[in-house]
Design a protein around this ligand. Structure first.
Ligand code: PMP
Ligand code: GLU
Length: 411
């Protein structure tokens, strides 16, 4: 069959591809440690599991309202309002929320609704793999603006302003960041906001899906910028904070009624509504005692310290301390040009055995170190690679030991 040009140009998600590859190798009997996909390894908290059982028993098995159930929309509005600085004031109401099949679909729908052919979308890189493809799907033009490790991967106001043109329709900002772990401070958000105030035609998607997983105290939120709320979409969900990736519930919050209406129209033609039992579980998750999340965040912080410590002993890696999310993003350029040992699987598959970029280093680490990570190229930063440390401390220790041994064998 003919594949449309629009879909033919979209690449597969490299994070999902790597995690599928790791799964395949494991099923084939290889002892692979996967540090590829960004997914908490904790079980979903018991009270949420109970909620989904209750929902099944209560026959929540019919279609629901397109933008989400009233209960989840109200709970999400409260949750999203709690991130702003206003203090007690509920800046979002249930009407401002659209619940989708994961934050991924929320972002995709927002982009579809805002971006048309030739519209430019500013993406500070490194950025999550799916933004670029979603923009292309909407026939928009991704405009990559590079941030650097020397500046802790924070976008500067100067770089932002230099990237804005009359065709700029949208900017997507992610804090805490996937893949760098960078967290924008209130001052850094304010500095960018001052630039954006001068360009009223530029909308903002603030992807804050990792904001509960922050090691610097309360994570600053774009929702605090009241003066930009009329053109801002704040995205969140239960996947990361509540260890509910497979439930597939995420949402966006936006004060622009016309946008919410348009986006709801799109969603009604696409999915009708997100899964009803999963919405009920997500509602109960948000209404529960959120202190149960602290335990997971502490565990992530502990793992962050562990992985960072072990990374310092790996030859050729340059690292910065991630302040949020659960990724380490080392610069590995010092290893480019090195050769894999002649007896390695990599050398057997690649005559010359040279490792010239992060894609090839990942392949070597998978084939010979049996550790799956993701090349930084997937995130628009080919000098780095991404390690997800959302796995057990034993796995982290073993994986980092394997990586060290494999890299020590390079010549
Ligand atoms: N945004 C970012 C930055 C992510 O890393 C992810 C990863 N899943 C998502 C959005 C989407 O999350 P989900 O669809 O699982 O809610
Ligand atoms: N967001 C996670 C990651 O970056 C999950 C996979 C995906 O949706 O890309 O690994």
């Amino acid at each position: 069959m003919h594949i449309s040009e629009r879909i033919a140009q979209i690449s597969a998600s490299p994070t999902l591809a790597m995690s599928a590859k790791a799964r395949e190798l494991k099923q084939a009997g290889l002892d692979v440690i996967s540090m590829s996909v960004g997914e908490p390894d904790f079980p979903t908290p018991a009270y949420i599991k109970q909620a989904v059982k209750d929902a099944v028993d209560a026959d929540m098995s019919h279609y629901g309202p397109v933008p989400g159930t009233p209960g989840l929309r109200a709970a999400a509005a409260k949750y999203m309002s709690s991130f702003a600085l206003q203090g007690g004031e509920d800046i979002f109401s249930a009407d401002d929320i659209i619940v989708s099949v994961g934050a991924k679909q929320a972002i995709c729908n927002a982009i579809e609704t805002l971006v048309g052919k030739g519209d430019e979308v500013i993406l500070p890189t490194p950025c999550w793999v799916s933004y670029t493809e979603m923009v292309k799907l909407a026939e928009g033009v991704p405009v990559m603006v590079r941030t650097t490790m020397d500046n802790d991967f924070i976008l500067t106001p100067e770089a932002l302003e230099a990237a804005i043109t009359p065709r700029t329709r949208l900017i997507i900002l992610c804090t805490p960041n996937n893949p760098t772990g960078a967290v924008y401070s209130t001052e850094e958000i304010n500095a960018l906001a001052e630039v954006l105030l001068r360009y009223p035609n530029v909308a903002i998607i603030a992807d804050e899906i990792y904001n509960k997983i922050c090691y610097t105290g309360k994570c600053a939120s774009w929702a605090s910028r009241k003066d930009l709320l009329d053109r801002m979409i704040v995205v969140n969900g239960v996947s990361k904070a509540f260890a509910m990736t497979g439930y597939r519930i995420g949402w966006m919050a936006c004060k622009d009624k016309a946008f919410i209406k348009a986006c709801t129209r799109l969603q009604g033609q696409q999915i009708t509504c997100a899964t009803m039992v999963a919405q009920y579980a997500a509602q109960k998750a948000l209404e529960g005692d959120l202190s149960c999340l602290d335990e997971m965040v502490h565990a992530f912080e502990h793992r962050r310290d562990l992985v960072l410590n072990l990374a310092k002993d790996i030859p050729g890696w340059k690292v910065r301390c991630p302040k949020g999310a659960f990724y380490l993003f080392p610069d590995v350029t010092a290893l480019f040009g090195k050769h894999a040992p002649a007896d390695s699987e990599y050398a057997k598959a690649h005559p010359g055995a040279v490792i010239s970029n992060a894609d090839e280093l990942c392949e070597y680490l998978l084939m010979d170190g049996l550790v799956a990570c993701v090349s930084g190229a997937a995130f628009g930063e080919p000098t780095c690679l991404r390690i997800s440390y959302a796995c057990s401390e034993q796995q982290i220790t073993a994986a980092m030991q394997r990586i060290r041994t494999a890299i020590q064998r390079l010549a």
